[in-house]
Ligand binder design. Structure first.
Ligand SMILES: [Zn+2]
Ligand SMILES: [Zn+2]
Length: 578
């Protein structure tokens, strides 16, 4: 029977309390103390999750519920925060009694988080403050969590025991007799102290608070919804795991991940990232959840209670965008169907009003105005179709229907055909097309008329200003005007010509007989250079090339009588073209 037992300091771990008892009890050996407390000399100390708590409470005559004692003196809360309530109760039972089988596997603690897992840790500043205040220092629960390397109160780096805890599990001694040394990675820890403090605070939160335990599905759902918000998961739940992995590595940096020994860099080791998202019934070390939560930009205080929802198009309701519906632009649509556009890597919302009108939009919505954007009309719906039908039956034109429905003619035609009004479409298209052609023609005529008037004035002015010029000279003075009038206003143009320059047979500018003789000579010379064998294969265009008069023969061959005859005789193959 023991006569006293020290009261626990704030955040003190059970091993530290028993250690202080041992020192004060004046027991000589570890076994004496253990026998005092557990009524058995074969019990080894366990740092994080010690069992046999009921018997201990009985020995020390402490009148507190065993659950509370376990919660306050061990890492129980830390290791069970992400487990469901049944498992948590199971662990409580095991720790109350002597059943320690698989306890570390059951809470994910068997997954070693760092090579310093298994060493005692101490904040030198906390320790010296405690010496000043209580005359003795103690070991904090928080500092014994494997992933905690810093004291968040003092923003300093912890020290570790030189010997592993296994050395002390059969041995008690005062803390000042233990050797505490710096971590080899002291620089890495210092460089990353901010994030390490944040993680230590997160660990502290679940260590200090009774969180609402949830099933594993709750967490995978929370994580997935958050990944959807971050565009790293499709609305159907397909996660780009490699992208998540590389972002995770980038977020924490290789130094921290190496320090934590999270095995993220090899394929096998990174499976835990898949497990954490994919609702596998796989117990993870809580630091993995904590790190993932922080990576996702979530708050550990919210993760257990606040449901994360994926609402890329807001909470609704959504407006009907059918112009003929009474609910046009009114927010009446309650449900939304969300799919994923893999090309755009974005969610797509599909909205359907009771009037049948259905439209979609690529999200996520960024502002209130986005609510009224129609990306694509999927169905015009029965109400719109009825309206279209009534307009068709009343015999309105496509233009009129277009203006009433504010819909493109293409869509109107498509739906008219769908509703069986093929004749209407055919007729209307024809009528409309004729109207369009006529309109175009009238416009062209008008332009022509205006141009003729303009050119007539220029032409007359030219004649007036140059009374001594003959027609060739006049023509060469403004070839554009003369050509245009020749093509479009020939009769008027002829009447402006002085009588003496009008040639025979209405041929005013060219003496075709003379020209025919010249061209014939040119052709004869050109043909001479071609072998007799090849002559049959040459064409009229070919001859044009030879005499360097492209297009000339084809346009004027009827006027070049002798040339035509010559070519016909010489080149049999050219006949078709002549
Ligand atoms: Zn401290
Ligand atoms: Zn509607």
């Amino acid at each position: 029977m023991i006569s006293f037992f020290p009261t626990a300091y704030k955040d003190e771990i059970l091993y530290s309390i028993i250690n202080r008892y041992h020192i004060r009890s004046a027991n000589i050996s570890y076994t004496d103390t253990i026998k005092d407390l557990y009524n058995s000399k074969y019990i080894k100390s366990i740092l994080d999750l010690p069992s046999n708590n009921l018997i201990l409470l009985k020995s020390i005559k402490l009148n507190v519920p065993v659950e509370k004692f376990i919660e306050e003196t061990s890492l129980f809360r830390y290791y069970t925060a992400f487990l469901n309530i049944q498992r948590k109760e199971d662990i409580i039972k095991k720790l109350s009694y002597s059943d320690v089988r698989e306890i570390h596997s059951l809470v994910g603690a068997a997954q070693k988080i760092s090579k310093y897992d298994g060493y005692l840790k101490l904040c030198p500043q906390c320790y010296s403050e405690e010496i000043d205040e209580f005359g003795e220092g103690y070991l904090h629960k928080l500092h014994q969590i494997p992933s905690v390397f810093v004291c968040s109160k003092h923003r300093c780096i912890l020290k570790r025991s030189k010997k592993p805890f296994s050395f002390y599990s059969n041995y008690f001694t005062s803390i000042d007799q233990m050797d505490f040394i710096d971590f080899k990675e002291v620089k890495i820890i210092q460089d990353n102290i901010e994030i390490l403090i944040l993680l230590a605070n997160d660990c502290n939160y679940i260590l200090d608070n009774d969180v609402e335990n949830k099933d594993i599905e709750w967490f995978s759902e929370q994580y997935k919804n958050r990944l959807k918000q971050l565009n790293l998961c499709t609305p159907k739940g397909i996660v780009s795991i490699n992208e998540v992995k590389s972002m995770f590595i980038e977020f924490y940096g290789q130094d921290i991940l190496n320090l934590f020994d999270l095995d993220i860099f090899n394929e096998e080791g990174s499976n835990w990232l898949k497990y954490i998202i994919r609702n596998k019934r796989y117990i993870l070390n809580p630091i993995k959840h904590i790190m993932f939560i922080r990576f996702l930009g979530l708050d550990i205080r919210d993760i257990f209670t606040k449901k994360i929802e994926y609402k890329p198009f807001g909470y609704g309701q959504w407006p009907c965008m059918n112009k003929v519906c009474n609910n046009y632009r009114k927010r009446v649509i309650d449900t939304i169907e969300i799919s994923y556009n893999s090309k755009k890597k974005s969610p797509v919302g599909r909205f359907r009003c009771d009037c049948g009108y259905t439209y979609s939009r690529v999200g996520p919505d960024k502002s209130e105005e986005d609510l009224y954007i129609v990306g694509k009309v999927i169905k015009m719906g029965s109400l719109w179709e009825e309206k279209l039908e009534s307009l068709i039956l009343k015999g309105y034109s496509l233009n009129y229907i277009e203006s009433v429905l504010e819909t493109s003619q293409k869509t109107i035609k498509k739906y008219a055909i769908k509703l069986g009004y093929i004749d209407y479409v055919k007729k209307r298209c024809k009528l409309d097309e004729v109207a369009r052609v006529e309109e175009k023609k009238a416009k062209k005529e008008l332009n022509k008329k205006l141009k003729i008037e303009e050119y007539r004035l220029i032409w007359l002015k030219l004649i007036e200003e140059n009374p001594n010029m003959n027609i060739t000279q006049l023509r060469e003075s403004n070839i554009t005007v003369q050509d245009y009038l020749y093509r479009n206003d020939r009769e008027w143009l002829y009447n402006t010509y002085p009588q003496k320059t009008v040639g025979k047979k209405g041929n005013y500018l060219v003496d075709w007989e003379k020209r025919d003789a010249e061209i014939l000579e040119e052709v004869k010379i050109a043909i001479k250079d071609i072998n007799l064998d090849n002559r049959s294969s040459i064409t009229l265009t070919g001859i044009e090339k030879l005499i360097c008069r492209r297009g000339y023969l084809i346009n004027n061959i009827e006027r070049l009588k002798k040339t035509k005859k010559y070519i016909k005789n010489i080149i049999s193959k050219a006949e078709d073209e002549i």
